[in-house]
Design a protein around this ligand. Sequence first.
Ligand code: ADP
Length: 272
Amino acid sequence: MAATPASGRLSAHEIHDEPFYRPVGDEIDIFAAAYASRLPVMLKGPTGCGKTRFVEHMAWRLKRPLITVAAHEDLTAADLAGRFLLAPEGTVWHDGPLTMAVREGAICYLDEIVEARQDTTVVIHPLTDARRALPLEKKGELVQAHPDFQLTISYNPGYQSAVKDLKESTKQRFVAIEFDYPEAGIEAEIVAREAGVSVDLAGTLVDVGLRSRNLRGHGLAEGASTRMLIHAAVLARGGASLEAAVRSAILLPITDERDVRDALGAAIAAGL
Ligand code: ADP
């Protein structure tokens, strides 16, 4: 893959060391094929299942800098594109993270895009079709995307509601790759490696994860993520008992409802 070296502004976004990513299916090939044609990609799946790690790994693999923006409900179009700011010499334009990626050829990762307001989301539309351009209306400039620029978004369909969903016209612009928690053996391998614990202990925690995921829809919006299992493993490695680690890393953060927590606690205790 021909990749031009990152310019000064982007050098801080280069990834030099390989981020550990355990492939689960053909996601690496699909992403690489999409990137080869600069198709925009949507990583679809529950929280904490490896989407962010995957895009970091792909940016490293493709030798492109990565600019990540965590979307939230107050994120404005200007936060992405840029704005004029007051300076001693007058007002000066500052590129936002998206504009920087577009100008200089980075992968821009918009994490949890559905959190952003819909009028913010439409800013990306002209970047995701043949135009590959970003209009900076306030500045009166149309920024043509650098040949290496690519847009990736993440989207958790589990949080979807009538008020918070991506517009059809946004969704249909992306190639999607589905993510989910990997099968038990692979997840244990990931937890063991990330937390520095034995595969045995990791396997026990993965079993806890599976039990919690069975309660999805029965009081729990989501089961324990791989991230939570890693946190529990880290606590156990640090000296916490398994019960205490599960309680602090999984049971307490996952729900505020005591009866759901008790039910989950009982389901987990049966397997410990
Ligand atoms: P998401 O972006 O889906 O919310 P992350 O990518 O942050 O989730 O994943 C949470 C953590 O789980 C990561 O920091 C990493 O430690 C671990 N993880 C999950 N899946 C994988 C995987 N396939 N390979 C390596 N690490 C993984």
